[in-house]
Design a protein around this ligand. Structure first.
Ligand code: ZN
Ligand code: ZN
Length: 118
């Protein structure tokens, strides 16, 4: 084994208080809470902790990538920075679905009349 320059540590979610284990199936650098999906603006590159912003990042959308993999789009409450993060193997499926369905649950335009306007 090569020497690890940085120790991955468990952390406590700043939003919901969930104790988040550092390691999860499907991700090397956990950057969001599997329960509420909030993140924190810490990294420039995954795991580097070089951003001094440190504000919470709100999950605002699901992005579906070309290979069908889901990613969570986070927006920083402090600086407005947008970033997509891979989901982790133990992210709560209900939280992911609720996020994916958000625009359908509260559409930005009326959907009670879908007849062809032409
Ligand atoms: Zn949380
Ligand atoms: Zn920020």
């Amino acid at each position: 084994m090569s020497h690890k320059s940085r120790i991955e540590a468990d952390f406590t979610c700043i939003v919901c208080g969930w104790k988040v284990p550092a390691l999860a199936f499907g991700t090397r650098h956990r950057n969001h809470c599997p329960r509420c999906l909030w993140s924190r603006h810490l990294d420039e590159e995954p795991g580097d902790r070089r951003i001094s912003c440190r504000e919470p990042m709100e999950p605002v959308a699901i992005e579906v990538r070309a290979d069908g993999e889901w990613a969570i789009v986070h927006r920083c409450r402090g600086c407005g920075h947008l970033r997509a993060n891979r989901i982790a193997g133990d992210d709560h499926e209900r939280s992911l679905l609720a996020l994916a369905l958000r625009p359908i649950a509260s559409p930005a335009f009326p959907i009670d009349d879908l007849r062809d306007p032409g």
